[in-house]
Design a protein around this ligand. Sequence first.
Ligand code: HXC
Length: 259
Amino acid sequence: MKNYENLDIEIKDGVYWLTLNRPEARNALDASMLNEIDQAIDEAEQEENVKVIIIQGAGDKSFAAGADIKQLNARKPLEALVPGMQGLYNKIENCKKVTVAAVSGYALGGGCELALACDIRIAAKNAKFGLPELNLGIIPGAGGTQRLSRIIGKGRALDMILTGKIIDGEEAERIGLATYYTSEKELAAKAEAVAAEISKKGPVAIQLAKFAVHKGYDIDEGTAMWIEKLSQAVAFGTEDKKEGTSAFIEKRKATFKNR
Ligand code: HXC
């Protein structure tokens, strides 16, 4: 495992815990931290025993307070066209491992968008989600305008983006922004429990299911149904499918092998 300056990494029970560790700046995502997250995602993808990546913020105040505003202040128009934060978050969405955001405290701007790029969001009671970019004269540019409206609907997304309002964990769960809502104390345990449930599944099926949902969501339903069918055809050809169905018939637990 690499040594990171702004991240803490721990691998435990098939889970890659990625902790954003810059609490003195509320885990604001500067260029160096983004670069390290990129490397960490590559690292997690290569770890064969890892099925789930849990992203969390160090300290209880903040998941991530967004892009580093000091760096943002100096950025020129064409610098917004590089893959940057949006590219990294697309990579996280397309990652073959399941990604879970465990959100305690502030998840603002690019921090909220990071959580939106994850497959599952678990919000603690003290979570504060918001896209306050318009206060800075910019717009959410790391997938926020697109992912938020796809997750909670266009009306609610426009309200959050245009007013910059901040919602707590309970509200986030109520409107579907967060998948689960829990106490701060239970947050890590809840993330662990979700990861444990996912980890019982075969890695190929996990990857194909993610692919079918994410890729199918953005296109017409007929083509998306074919994505589902073709993904299923791949699954049907795996040893894991033979094992999963045989295990059911033989009344035993499946042991998946990722092939
Ligand atoms: C740089 C930040 C920061 C940020 C906090 N800090 N957020 N530095 N970028 N996004 C720093 C502060 O400057 C301060 O540093 C220290 O962290 C503690 O912050 P405080 O404001 O004193 O803490 P608190 O009162 O607890 O308030 C926390 C907060 C507030 C509500 C999160 O800091 C805040 O509103 N931050 C900005 C949130 C935001 O607007 N995010 C969107 C960014 S734009 P010092 O040195 O003074 O101790 C974005 C665009 C993404 O994300 C898309 C781009 C493509």
